[in-house]
Design a protein around this ligand. Structure first.
Ligand SMILES: [Zn+2]
Length: 111
């Protein structure tokens, strides 16, 4: 992940360990996706106590989430960052705010 936005220069890591919190977002996104695949499976294929369709859904859903992980991680980090950095309509002329919690020696190495 870039240390700063390429367009406006906004720092992407606001404090040391900033992205630990994105795990909560990632969890919520994974649950939402799982509910979606569950409903889609229910409507298209259906569930039954007579066979293993439920376990097929569980296995394929787990595989789906693992394959999507690189995308989900980035999406979750972006959503997490958007909780703390508000959009500035004058971003072209105004410099981004620098958080007082940024300690250069404790930040992740850039790129
Ligand atoms: Zn930007």
């Amino acid at each position: 992940m870039h240390a700063h936005c390429a367009e406006c220069g906004q720092r992407t890591e606001l404090e040391p360990g900033f992205y630990y919190g994105s795990a909560y977002v990632s969890y919520a996104v994974a649950i939402a996706l799982s509910v979606s695949t569950f409903v889609a499976w229910w409507v298209i294929i259906g569930f039954s106590t007579e066979d293993n369709r439920f376990f097929w859904w569980m296995g394929l859903n787990a595989l789906f989430l693992v394959l999507l992980q690189p995308l989900l991680m980035r999406l979750s980090r972006t959503i997490w960052l958007s909780f703390f950095v508000k959009y500035n309509p004058n971003w072209k002329t105004e410099k981004p705010e620098i958080s007082e919690r940024v300690i250069e020696e404790q930040m992740m190495p850039a790129e």
